[in-house]
Design a protein around this ligand. Structure first.
Ligand code: PMT
Length: 216
């Protein structure tokens, strides 16, 4: 029996990596597997929420009774999220979104030639910061993946993106793995959770989220 802590609530979330094309066959991506986000989508569903999952390329099956919207680039993820943000009660950004995209993307496959191609980058929009600053913003939960200085960097990120709850993890402990070990950051401070299976952690995160949620 799972307590229906999110009954009647609409959860919008992102998961997985994004893929920023360089040319017709190549691109910039990262090693997010989507496992953490998909586990959280299942946990929110099990807690009674209506879940919309905007997913980058992962190869994972769509969780039952979850509406999945497949996207490739960060801009596509941004567009899909912003289309649904107005009707969401909760937004959870689990995706590892590319901060930059290729400005000089080639339409066809680049040919090996005399000179080495130069890839120019430009900034992608910040999905979480944009949703958190909407006039009628849903309750926002962010994630932060760092490879060092976890608490310091994640705390700065939570303040910059203005989210009430942020889940911080070390990339070495989180990305691509079946388990994770996180720090929870909110206005009251930080709180460590022990290493556990991602599905068990997702259930725990739903409890933490539900406890902070303003009444419907
Ligand atoms: O997918 P797994 O293999 O299971 O790994 C899980 C995970 C490590 C990817 C996950 O637990 C996690 O930490 N996700 C956030 C990864 C990340 O890249 O975070 P960030 O520190 O770059 O971004 C901070 C927050 O802003 C995140 O909520 C991110 O979704 C969001 N963001 C970032 C950039 C951007 N342009 N738009 C965003 O919304």
């Amino acid at each position: 029996f799972v307590p229906q802590r999110l009954a009647g609530r609409k959860v919008l979330m992102t998961a997985g990596p994004t893929f920023e094309p360089i040319d017709a066959v190549r691109g910039i991506t990262n090693i997010s597997s989507g496992k953490m986000g998909y586990a959280l989508a299942r946990a929110c569903r099990d807690a009674g929420a209506e879940v919309t999952l905007v997913s980058g390329p992962t190869g994972l099956p769509c969780p039952e009774d979850v509406q999945r919207l497949d996207v490739g680039t960060a801009q596509e993820m941004y567009d899909a999220v912003l289309r649904h943000a107005g009707s969401a009660d909760i937004f959870i950004g689990v995706a590892a979104v590319a901060d930059y995209r290729v400005r000089n993307r080639a339409e066809h496959k680049l040919k090996k030639g005399d000179s080495v191609p130069v890839i120019e980058l430009e900034e992608n929009p910040d999905i979480l910061a944009t949703v958190a600053s909407l006039p009628a913003a849903p309750f926002c939960v962010g994630f932060a993946a760092e490879s060092r200085n976890l608490l310091e960097y994640a705390d700065a990120k939570r303040r910059r993106k203005k989210v009430p709850l942020l889940v911080a993890n070390l990339v070495q402990k989180a990305m691509g793995r079946d388990t994770n070990e996180v720090l929870l950051l909110d206005d009251a401070g930080s709180h460590a959770l022990p290493e556990m299976d991602k599905q068990a952690l997702a259930a725990r995160l739903v409890e933490e989220l539900a406890a902070r949620l303003p009444p419907a």
